[in-house]
Design a protein around this ligand. Sequence first.
Ligand code: DGY
Length: 327
Amino acid sequence: MSAEKKRVYVTRRIPKPGLDRLTELENCEVEIYDSDEAIPQEVLLEKVKGVNGLLCMLTDNINKDVLDAAGDNLEVVATMSVGFEHIDVETCKERKIRVCNTPNVSTDSVAELTVSLLLLTARRLLDGVAAVKNGEWGKWKPMWLCGIELTGRTVGILGLGRIGYGVARRLKPFGIKQIVYHDVCQVSYADDIGATFVEFDTMARECDIICICCNLTPQTRHRFNKKVFSMMKNEAILINSGRGGVINHDDLFDALKEGQIFAAGLDVTEPEPLPSNHPLVALPNCIILPHMGSNTWDSRNMMSATAGENVVNVFNKKVAVGDVYSC
Ligand code: DGY
């Protein structure tokens, strides 16, 4: 007897490995939103009707309306991302719909980007590039474009998960004095890199560099706000490769403008995309990247493959790689 036919909707053009996984599945119909741009919500609501699997992106709002539109056949929502705050996980849980993400496969890519962004920000490298291009490079000056070096600094990591650990491990050889971290709980592998658990306020007060590597949750939302910026060192650098919503951007603007902290490097913002006329964009001490953490072919191919595999594994009643219920 042939396997029951499954229908999967993929909300974007994705790298081939993910589609290969899905099409290897016997008796499976795969439909794709054939665009590099995000699917409009009204199209998504139409397209999900009756599907068994939904392979989505972090830009898709998989809310109750989408889950209702999909109906009783929906078995799995597999997101091609680590973050899953765009999915109504509670409703999925109630309806026994599996929710899977793509952990592990973008860890190196995001950790490398985070360290790059820190170096870019701390050493004012973009100002240097702009100065050369704009003809502002005059004779050598003792106090021109001076930044902050990493050697001897105390680094704080908010969220010592895979990415936070990867960032800390890469920073250690720079001669960092101390690595501290804050998270929902202490983790044993912190010892491998000599990282010490501290309370959030201690981290804010004592660190020269803070890297935000955590998810967006009700607990982390706007964790960096006016009060926290006022506790931070004036020479501090804040890097965010987690989620934009962890920082209150109005308060960050004030803190950077008033010199409460030295600089910020953001790979993620709130909202995304950040409008080009947003006040943060004009600040010389704020470097903003367009959410590029996992932008390597290595990572994107693996993310696609993992998301595809997750759909297949749920259909086949096997354990999926990133089963978010256990998080
Ligand atoms: C993720 O996987 O959640 C990342 O933010 C994508 O770059």
